[in-house]
Design a protein around this ligand. Sequence first.
Ligand code: UQ1
Length: 455
Amino acid sequence: MAMFRSRVTSKACSNGLSVLTAQIVPSSRNFATVSSVSPATRNHKVVVVGGGSAGLAVSHQLLRTGKFAKNDIAVVDPAQWHHYQPGWTLVGGGLKTKEELRKPLESLIDPKLKFYNEGVTTFSPKENLLTLNNGDSLNYEQLVVVPGITVNFDSIKGLPEALADPNSLVSSIYGYNTCDKVFHTVTSLRKGTAIFTQPAGIVKCAGAPQKIMWLALDYWKRAGLYDISNRERSPVQINFATALPGMFGVPKYSAKLNELRIERGVEGLFQHDLVAVEGNTAIFARLDKKDQVKMHFDLLHVVPKMGPHEFVKKSDLANEVGFVDVDETTTRHTKYANVWSVGDASSLPTSKTAAAITAQAPVLVENLMQSLEGKEPTATYNGYTSCPLLTEYGKVMLAEFKYGGEPHETFGRLLGVDQATPRRAFYHLKKDFFPWVYYKSMVKGTWAGPKGWVK
Ligand code: UQ1
């Protein structure tokens, strides 16, 4: 991060495609600053690190309390673009273009917020200070650390090269550069073995690796290339190779998804963690048998490993695995009482989604405001998160749950429906309503997910 700046970053300021060298440009600013201009220190009441889903929701909700003057709140993010990442699955399914899902980050930031279009180099929480890549420092009373996580394409040997090769049928919905290659690979395959992977460790939206598989299956079925009833006779065979022991982390939805998998003739390769791609061979570590297996593929959809940003991981704010160490109910840092985190970068033990942030952001904001007044935090987060799981074109299973993998279904409560049953209405929520309400309201701080619009 000190030497290079990425032109394209993902939802927060994660350098999502750091392995694709075409996207990386040397940063002259770092050197220019050192040689000519002396570093400056600036003061803000609140500094928010990250202009992703969490950063924008939190900063605008803070602003809307009416308790801050212009430039009291600063937002720090090196990205030029803000991406609606939940939409990348829809791009992979040929339902949206990637361009329509992004907006210039600066255009989403209220002019009353001070925007630093820079990355963070170091945190000094004991001094209430952080330094930027350009050498400047920011002082704060309260710090919100929400930079998201990085997608590590180079965590799988041979993957960067395979993704960059326009002739390979290897792709991933997990990056801006590669999400549109996915639909191209799906429409190009005529016969053979398709493998969809899900890695060991934490990923954003744990359902997405199979959402794209269900869309591809449906596409091949409609094209006459996939025979659900006869795997042997079907021109295309589908394998779901996941490092997990089941289809999903929540038992209720996992059971239903496994039924779908069996009904639809998809082979489940559980505890299989992709480690390398060599030509048309995928190499998996088998986590239960502690060995490796090689498998031929004709189409491969890869979900790389993901992890915290280095500048967070190496800081005093991180827990032992690199996430910002916060209390799971108040979102306050366990050691530093004026530091807060939600979203992907946080240690909150729930599934990392934009839906989770709709429930987390108001809790963080309420508690931070109380903290500014010298009061103890009282708002609590119950672990709410959601995964609108596309199971075919036109149908979505709306998984919603809280801590402990316990279902917490909005429409179950309101209408008495079972959300494990895939429905057309949920599909339109996912495809049309959520992307719309996200840019219309969520990034502006006026959308609280299942709780609806806030005043
Ligand atoms: C949501 O608010 C949201 O954000 C706009 C999503 O998009 C990523 C979601 O997937 C979900 C599930 C919600 C939650 C809202 C309702 C009405 C269930």
